[in-house]
Design a protein around this ligand. Structure first.
Ligand code: FE
Length: 230
């Protein structure tokens, strides 16, 4: 079986949130889909190791924010590569509370928000599928384009974190074809290839020549988090 054949299925990038005893929690997922229209019901897949997972179980509600292509790398870095056990992910991110459930929603950063009540859960190995009735849904940025998982991989050069349902341990696609001087982000796995450059960085720019305030285009951490690859 070719495990990469499964990557031909399509996904997006979403922020899955909930609120427990007044505290907001959230993580990035790539799997959310509509199941029925009457009543409107959607499903999301969440790794059982994510803190947000346990908080959804206890609260019985979840929010989904659809992230646009313009999503700042710091949002993906904070919610996709860090844990709510260690930091307050919402400290520097503007959010509102859903009017039906109170779950946190990124109405400014995101382009569409939904609030759901959990009506069923299915445990499937490493992940739980939460099925929710949509209680409210709002388009907050009508002109924005939703970030697809292909865009995340091919344009932002993002890798699948180990908690993603689509994760493959040794993913050769993460290595760029061109071979300049390579520096790897220790947080998200993004590789800066000096022969390729990056957005707003011309090909041929050595890593040491990048400005001091340059940030990982995928997760938003600084240059000090990069390690040179031999
Ligand atoms: Fe990174």
């Amino acid at each position: 079986m070719d495990p990469f054949a499964l990557h031909k299925l399509s996904y997006g990038l979403y922020l899955l949130t909930t609120s427990a005893e007044g505290t907001p929690f959230g993580c990035i997922i790539n799997t959310a889909f509509q199941i029925t229209s009457k009543p409107p019901q959607i499903a999301v897949s969440c790794n059982r190791e994510n803190f947000t997972h346990d908080k959804i179980l206890s609260s019985g509600f979840f929010g989904v924010t659809v992230l646009p292509e313009s999503t700042d790398s710091s949002v993906i870095g904070t919610f996709g590569y860090q844990s709510g056990r260690d930091i307050d992910k919402f400290e520097y991110i503007p959010y509102s509370k859903g009017k039906e459930t109170g779950v946190p929603l990124l109405d400014i950063v995101g382009m569409t928000t939904m609030e759901c009540r959990v009506i069923n859960t299915v445990e499937v190995g490493t992940h739980t599928i939460f099925i929710g009735e949509v209680l409210d849904a709002v388009i907050t940025q009508p002109e924005a384009k939703e970030m697809t998982y292909r865009y995340y991989h091919e344009v932002l050069k993002g890798a699948a974190p180990k908690n993603a349902p689509t994760y493959i341990a040794e993913e050769p696609a993460a290595e760029p074809a061109a071979k300049g001087e390579l520096w790897k982000c220790s947080v998200c796995g993004y590789i800066y290839d000096s022969s390729v450059g990056a957005e707003d960085v011309p090909a041929g720019t050595l890593f040491e020549s990048l400005p001091d305030d340059w940030k990982c285009p995928v997760c938003g951490v600084g240059k000090e988090m990069f390690n040179k690859q031999e």
